[in-house]
Design a protein around this ligand. Structure first.
Ligand code: GUN
Length: 298
């Protein structure tokens, strides 16, 4: 029986710590951290994500600003809004929900966000800083996965880790964080032959490909830790359900620790977004340093 890593519970602990620090920031500096979220179009999944981000931001005492646009908005209009938010000192975090409609240039829009307000950690300056081990705003999902892994391992040094998937949002930054924690890291992807052979050697497997139930027990070394980033919607018995990239029923008996879906990585992503917003607000406005140690101890 594997240890189930409870992302819901862990996210509540992170959010409580964030709320506490928001209170201090308000009381000592009169600053209310503000997160601006931009949503283009009516993708149902994106609408749910944005609603949840706004709800949690408000719950921890932050100001949540939402900008919604029709799918046919012009790039220049989005660029102009981002420039305005960049120069507004009362806004600390800016997030453009992805994916964007095809006519918009995602790279250009992400690059338009001020790196200091880039709470997704997607701006090339933050990507480069993470890759070279400098202080950066770090993408939220991999950051959440690292907090979960630290619950399992006091020290990640020397562990072998396989990341399945090479996206800019999860796979690549996940690998960078694991490397920074002294893991031996392999990224496998759609062009990798015999992915399961790589996984079977690993102490840690992080699955982030968006394929329901891809990872089976035969892929996993007994006792390994399995982090499931997949959030796939399926229809079963006439109902919508969320399933991960890992076949949980099959893998759980052999794994040492595993994250469930739902209730695993998902809630941690939002908690880390608000952690990044808090960091951005503190860095901009005060000489106070975020108590990183408090978070790392979680
Ligand atoms: N779409 C899916 N995941 C993410 C994320 O972490 N940030 C943004 N902005 N869009 C997403």
């Amino acid at each position: 029986m594997a240890q189930i890593i409870d992302g819901k519970l862990l996210s509540i602990q992170v959010l409580e710590q964030v709320a506490h620090e928001v209170d201090i920031l308000k009381a000592e500096c009169g600053i209310v951290p503000a997160l601006a979220v931009i949503l283009v179009g009516d993708d149902p999944a994106s609408q749910v994500y944005v609603r949840n981000k706004a709800k949690r931001a408000t719950e921890v005492g932050m100001l949540s600003l939402e900008y919604r646009f029709d799918a046919d908005i012009a790039q220049v209009k989005l660029n102009r809004l981002i420039r305005e938010l960049n120069s507004d000192p009362t806004v600390h975090g800016i997030l453009v929900q992805l994916p964007l409609p095809d006519h918009l240039n995602e790279d250009e829009i992400i690059s338009a966000i001020a790196p200091s307000k880039d709470v997704d950690g997607f701006h090339p300056q933050n990507v480069g800083a993470l890759a070279s081990g400098q202080p950066a705003l770090v993408p939220c999902t991999p950051q959440g996965c690292m907090i979960m892994l630290r619950k399992v391992y006091a020290d990640l040094s020397g562990k072998s880790a396989v990341v399945i998937g090479r996206s800019n949002i999860v796979g690549k930054p996940m690998a960078a964080l694991l490397l920074q924690a002294n893991c031996t890291v392999t990224i496998v992807h759609s062009h990798t032959a015999n992915i399961e052979d790589f996984c079977r050697q690993a102490d840690i497997v992080v699955a982030a490909v968006g394929r329901v139930g891809l990872v089976k027990s035969s892929w996993i070394k007994p006792g390994a830790t399995v982090i499931d980033v997949g959030i796939n919607e399926i229809h079963e018995e006439g109902r919508r359900k969320l399933r991960g990239d890992v076949d949980f029923q099959d893998v759980e008996p052999i794994a040492g620790a595993i994250t469930p879906v739902p209730g695993g990585v998902g809630p941690m992503t939002i908690a880390c977004l608000l952690l990044n917003t808090l960091k951005a607000a503190k860095k901009k406005n005060t000489s106070l340093k975020l108590d990183d140690m408090a978070f790392e101890a979680m």
